[in-house]
Design a protein. Structure first.
Length: 244
């Protein structure tokens, strides 16, 4: 029997080096300096590096902007929302595993017991909210997706009511750009060409520059390399720019 080639797992030192490179490379001057870690959590967890999520959390809370429990709780809400939104594009298990590991090393006084979706209803208002966000991203392209799903109504329902209604149209904790960073990172890291193209285009449509989107893609590719993944099927922003 041929030996099974078991890949080497990344080390904590390599993860720390990755975080430093991503923060330095990320276009913070134009997008915001509190967003690089949103992309990093999303792509790293969806890419199978979820065991390093608590390490990133521990590094973040060392910073002066998180010196109080209230500031660390606000950070936790942003991390949790990133991972919650990630469920809609990458499934529940990896984000849930990351949340368990982060919670295990969170100081009791830093735990946040708020519930962002309390009172949520799968009603017409939810559907309208989801559609409004879809419309900003897809515009005239939505019709072709709706046509394709007209014979797959379960997927149409879950896309409009759950993926967009429940998860992605809620911008109370993460704003529109942060939401797209989460979605683009979580999808591209899976080497999915169709949906990556949609969200490269969507990120451009909500106002992120072509140059910044290209840099974001390069950051995701660095995370993919760290996770041992090939991202050879996905398009680049230059490939979809004519659709924007």
């Amino acid at each position: 029997m041929a030996a099974i080639d078991v890949p080497r797992d990344p080390t904590e030192e390599e993860a720390l080096a990755l975080f430093e490179v991503i923060e330095e490379k990320f276009p913070s001057t134009t997008i915001g300096d509190d967003k690089w870690y949103v992309l990093t959590f999303a792509a790293m967890v969806a890419g199978g590096g979820h065991e390093f999520a608590p390490l990133l959390y521990k590094e973040l809370i060392k910073r002066p902007e998180y010196k109080t429990s209230e500031q660390r709780q606000a950070l936790m809400r942003r991390i949790r929302e990133t991972l919650l939104k990630l469920v809609s594009v990458a499934g529940v298990c990896k984000p849930l595993d990351a949340i368990f590991d982060i919670d295990a090393i969170t100081a009791p006084e830093d735990k946040d017991y708020s519930f962002s979706r309390e009172g949520w209803q799968c009603d017409e208002e939810n559907r309208k909210r989801g559609f409004a966000w879809q419309d900003r991203l897809y515009r005239h392209n939505q019709g072709a997706i709706d046509n394709a799903l007209s014979s797959q109504k379960d997927f149409d329902w879950i896309s409009k009511n759950i993926s967009y209604g429940l998860y992605l149209s809620d911008h109370t904790i993460l704003n529109d750009v942060e939401t797209e960073l989460t979605v683009l990172g979580g999808i591209m890291i899976q080497n999915l060409p169709r949906e990556t193209g949609w969200h490269l285009r969507g990120t451009r449509r909500i106002g992120v520059s072509k140059e910044d989107v290209e840099t974001i893609q390069q950051c995701i590719e660095l995370i993919g390399k760290f996770c041992g993944l090939k991202l050879h099927k996905v398009p680049r922003v230059a490939d979809i720019e004519h659709e924007v």
